[in-house]
Design a protein around this ligand. Sequence first.
Ligand code: AMP
Length: 501
Amino acid sequence: MKANVTYWLDESARRWPDKTAFAEEGKEVAFGELQRQAMALATQMLERGLFKKPVVVYMEKGVDVLVSFMGAAYSCNFYSPIDVDMPASRVNKILEVLNPALVITTAALKETFSNYEYQGGFLLFEEACHAAVSEEKIEAARRRGVDTDLLYVLFTSGSTGVPKGVTITHRSVIDYIDWVTETFDITEKDSFGNQAPFYFDNSILDIYSTLKSGATTYIIPKNLFAQPVLLLEYLKEKKINTIFWVPSALIVVAKLKAFRNVDLSDTLKRVLFCGEVMPNKQLNIWRKFLPAVLYANLYGPTEITDACTYYIVDREFSDDEPLPIGIPMANTDILVLNEKDEPVTGEEIGELCVRGTSLSMGYYNNPEKTREAFVQNPLNPFVPETIYRTGDLVKYNEYGEIIYLSRKDFQIKHMGHRIELGEIETAVSSLEEISLCCCLYDEKKQKIVLFLEEELEKSYINEQISKLVPEYMLPNKVISLPKMPINANGKIDRVKLKELL
Ligand code: AMP
C-alpha cells in the first residue's frame, strides 16, 4: 500500500518523463523534471531535520507552487499555501495558528514575508530547485511516514476572525483521487483547465488527478475569467478536455453566451463543478450549446477533502428546478440528521453529516472548533467514530438524491469564496467609529450587505477593513440605520434586516 501521494509522481515520472505535467503562461514542467525539483526541495527540508512539520508556500500561483507542494510531500512534511494578495493581519493570524517550520518562497517575495510575524527559516525556490537530490533520505522519510500523516492545511474563513486550518491526510487524497480518476475515466490523454486557486480545495482534483494519471493541467490566467470569449479560445487552443470550476466561473461564460463565438464541441469532454449552487438556468445554456459534454455537480466542504457527493447530470431540468447534489462517493457515508440527531425520513429536512476516510483530522491547533464540527456519530454509541457536521441543510428527492437547501449558520458562498459573515463583522467592529454592525447576504443580487448605525461611506469602510480581510469579503453595499433592530433575546434582529434587503 502506498502511503504517500508522491508515489504517484514517481510512477508518472517513470512512464512519461518528458510529458508536460503542469503549465502556466510561458512556463511548463514535465513529470521527470517536476519529480527532480520536488526531490531537491525535499532533500533540503530533510537536511534541516524537518519531518511532519508545517511548511508555508508563499508564491504567485504557478507551476513552482506545485513543485513546492510535492517537495513538502516527498519529505513527509505538510504544506499550507498562503495567497500573496492576503492582507498582512490575516497572514499573521494564520502564522500564529500554524507556526510554520519553514517558508518556501522567492527572493523577491521573501522581502514581503519579512514584514510578517515570522522568525523561522526560508527556502528560496529558485536556489533549492537546483539542489542535489538524496533519494536515500527521501525513501527513509517515506518509510517512516504513514498514510494518516498530513499532506496539507488549507485555511478557510472563521466566524471569530481567526481563519480555520483544515488538515487533510495523504490517505484522504488518495481515496478521493482514486474515485475521481475511476469515475471520470481520467488518463494520460486528458488535460485539465485549472481555475481554482491553490489555497482552495477544488484545486486538489486538478493537481492530483494529473499526478496520478499522467494528464496535463493548464493553469488558466486569472484575467481570462473576466473575458469569456478569450477564456473559451484558450480552452480550445490548449485542447483542454476537462474543467472543474466553481459555478460562478461557469455562470459568467453562460451569461455572456460566449459559446456563440467559440465552438468547443470537438475538444471539451467533461464539465465538473463544485463549491456552491449551480443554477439550472445557466447550466441549461451550457447544455444547449455543448450537449455531448458530461456534466457533474460535486458537493462538499474542504473538511472532507473537496467533495463527498456527486450527481452526473442525466436528465432534463427546467430553469427553476434545483440540481441535485446526488449520491455519496465511494467509501463515503452520508447521514442526514434531523434536530433530534435521528436520520430523516421522507422529505424531512436535516443536516448533512459525513463519515469516512475523507474526513479531515480537524482544524490545526484549534481543538475547540474541531470539537464543534467533528463529533461522535450519534448513531454509534459503541466505539469512537467521528462524523463531520457540514452545517448544510438538505433533503432527499423522489429519486433518493440529495438536494441542497441552505446553510444552518452564517457561512455564505460569494463568487465561489467561502466566507463567514462573522469574520467581516469582526473586522468592521474593530473600527473605532462603529458601535453595532451586522452583515447579511443578498442571495438574489449576490451582494454582501453591511448594516450599521453610523453614517459612513462604503469606500471608507472598505479601505479600512481591506487591511484585515481579503478583497472578496468587502461589503458590496452599506446601509446606515438610525437604530439597529433588536429581537426579544436582545440580539440583532436579522429577520427584520432581511426585509430591508
Ligand atoms: P468549501 O469548504 O469552500 O468547499 O465550501 C463548502 C461549502 O460550499 C459547503 O458546505 C456548501 O455550503 C457549499 N457547496 C459546496 N458544493 C456545493 C454544491 N455543489 N451545491 C451547493 N452548495 C455547495
